[in-house]
Design a protein around this ligand. Structure first.
Ligand code: CAA
Length: 393
């Protein structure tokens, strides 16, 4: 048991691991190979409460904190990162902002279905010509009486084509300076998901473009006030980055465990390769870096649970855990030698899946930018910063 976890948290972690080992791990490779969305398992994740982890019970959620959410993300990702991206987008990027910024009517309309996986959600911020520079978007929402008319295109949308609701960011002024957020149901005329992207990793998840063509959305579907969209997007990503950090941690953990097992079993020069110092040092470095990443994830999650600012720590956790996942999975392929390069072995999937964690929900370069801005604004004390002070946890 990890020394920073309570007994209840450890029990929770074991419960999710058992589910992931029994239901997700056995089908992960075939879903990856076929690039097939794991609809049955998403339904099961909904039944277990994983799809609405941090949402209070009254809206159908599991009502747990960010620590438990991070633990669940690590365990699901250890089995399959394609499953966990479906989960993290639904929980962190869709349910959480609806709960925090939504009206009571919006909460009741969307959350009970999202938390049970009766409906899945998507977060639509990036566009064909803007990813890191999220503020400069071309999608527009023009007010027309009690409705907005949305036009534009969104890129790299996780759960695109399988979502029931898309959280779309669009500028509500012609210059594009005032961004607002909208909950757009999948069946609204004018919303059209594009073809499924062919990806390097997390291949079982569905990623598409989303097109908005004169898509009429009632004012009652605007999330938060007009012009609040960018802050909603950024605060939401602060939380989402804890999820991606925990995802990277789970991928790294899986690759490390596979490497230890293989090193014990594989013989070379009359010995198990685990007897050689060159392999031992790789295993030791994997274990140490993974534990550092885990501590950063736990710190960010605990700050969020305490209602304290956590933006800098979630960026640190995401930066370090994702780069650790890439490093560990690269070494894991090396430990496995030629077998590591074969699609018969899981390490190549971990290696392919790890890469996206350095890219989505803000690239490593953006995380460094966010961390540096905190340092230069707030100084070098441990204090985690004031930007999110007063913001809902
Ligand atoms: N919390 C609250 N407010 C914030 C904030 C935060 N974390 N970050 C910025 N803001 C506020 C600022 O205070 C500022 O407010 P004022 O105008 O009132 O002063 C405003 O937002 C603009 O802030 P910046 O000047 O810092 O904005 P910027 O244009 O320089 O951009 C950025 C900042 C950090 C680079 C941001 O654009 C960013 O995070 N980019 C990366 C986007 C990203 O992560 N995309 C991922 C796509 S989603 C995805 O991957 C989902 C998926 O499907 C898996």
């Amino acid at each position: 048991m990890h020394p920073l976890l309570s007994e209840d948290q450890e029990l929770f972690r074991r419960t999710v691991r058992e589910f992931a080992d029994n239901e997700i791990a056995p089908v992960a490779a075939e879903h990856d190979e076929a690039e097939q969305y794991p609809a049955d398992n998403v339904r099961k994740m909904g039944e277990l409460g994983l799809m609405g982890l941090t949402v209070p019970h009254e809206y159908g959620g599991a009502g747990v904190g960010s620590m438990e959410y991070a633990l669940a993300m690590e365990e699901v990702s250890r089995a399959c990162a394609a499953h966990s991206v479906i989960l993290t987008v639904n929980v962190s990027l869709v349910c959480e902002p609806i709960y925090k910024y939504g009206t009571e009517e919006q909460r009741r309309r969307f959350l009970p279905r999202l938390t049970t996986a009766e409906m899945i959600g998507s977060y639509c911020l990036s566009e064909p010509s803007s990813g890191s520079d999220a503020r400069h978007m071309e999608t527009r929402a023009e007010r027309d009486g009690d409705e907005y008319i949305l036009n534009g295109a969104k890129n790299w949308i996780t759960n695109g084509g399988v979502s029931g609701v898309y959280l779309v960011y669009a500028a509500t002024d012609p210059q594009g300076g005032r961004i607002s957020a909208f909950l757009v149901e999948a069946d609204r005329p004018g919303l059209r998901p594009g073809a499924k992207e062919k990806k390097l990793g997390i291949r079982a998840s569905s990623t598409t473009q989303v097109f908005l063509e004169d898509c009429r959305v009632p004012v009652a579907n605007r999330l938060g006030e007009e012009g609040d969209g960018f802050k909603i997007a950024m605060q939401t990503l602060d939380g989402g980055r804890i999820g991606v950090a925990a995802q990277a941690l789970g991928i790294a953990q899986a690759a490390y465990e596979a490497s230890v097992a293989y090193a014990r079993e594989r013989q070379a020069f009359g010995h198990a390769i685990a007897d050689f110092q060159g392999i031992q040092w790789m295993l030791a470095d994997m274990a140490t870096r993974i534990e550092c990443a885990r501590l950063l994830v736990y710190t960010a999650a605990q700050l969020k649970d305490r209602g304290e600012p956590f933006s800098k720590q979630s960026s640190m956790a995401k930066l370090y855990a994702s780069e650790t996942a890439m490093w560990v999975t690269t070494k894991a392929v090396q430990v496995h030698g030629g077998y590591g390069y074969s699609r018969e072995y899981a390490v190549q999937r971990y290696f392919r899946d790890a890469k996206i964690t350095e890219i989505y929900e803000g690239t490593s370069e953006i995380q460094r930018m966010v961390i540096a801005r905190h340092i230069l604004r707030e100084g070098t004390e441990y204090a985690s910063g004031s930007r999110a002070a007063g913001a809902p946890a």
